[in-house]
Design a binder for this molecule. Structure first.
Ligand SMILES: [Zn+2]
Length: 85
């Protein structure tokens, strides 16, 4: 076995170990499903970890995320605007 091959095996092992916990797998699935399309501004948005994003959500620019198959839900920005009315 060459050293390069051995290194690749170690990388695979580290990657496999990193992705193995159920918690990570669950989060990856949830992240994809969390993306919603706002009924008002038509942008894609998702709830994110408030520890990394103080706002607690991320809004993607229009057209960046295909809306097909995504859940429709008013984004927090539009929701706040509605509440202020
Ligand atoms: Zn919106």
């Amino acid at each position: 076995m060459s050293d390069q091959r051995k290194l690749r095996d170690i990388d695979d092992f580290i990657n496999a170990r990193d992705y193995e916990p159920a918690e990570t797998r669950g989060r990856k699935i949830v992240v994809d499903k969390q993306i919603k399309i706002c009924n008002q501004c038509k942008r894609a948005w998702e709830s994110v970890n408030a520890r990394n994003h103080p706002a607690g959500f991320t809004i993607y620019p229009l057209g960046m995320i295909p809306s097909y198959g995504k859940k429709k839900q008013t984004c927090p920005t539009c929701k706040r605007k509605q509440e202020l009315k």
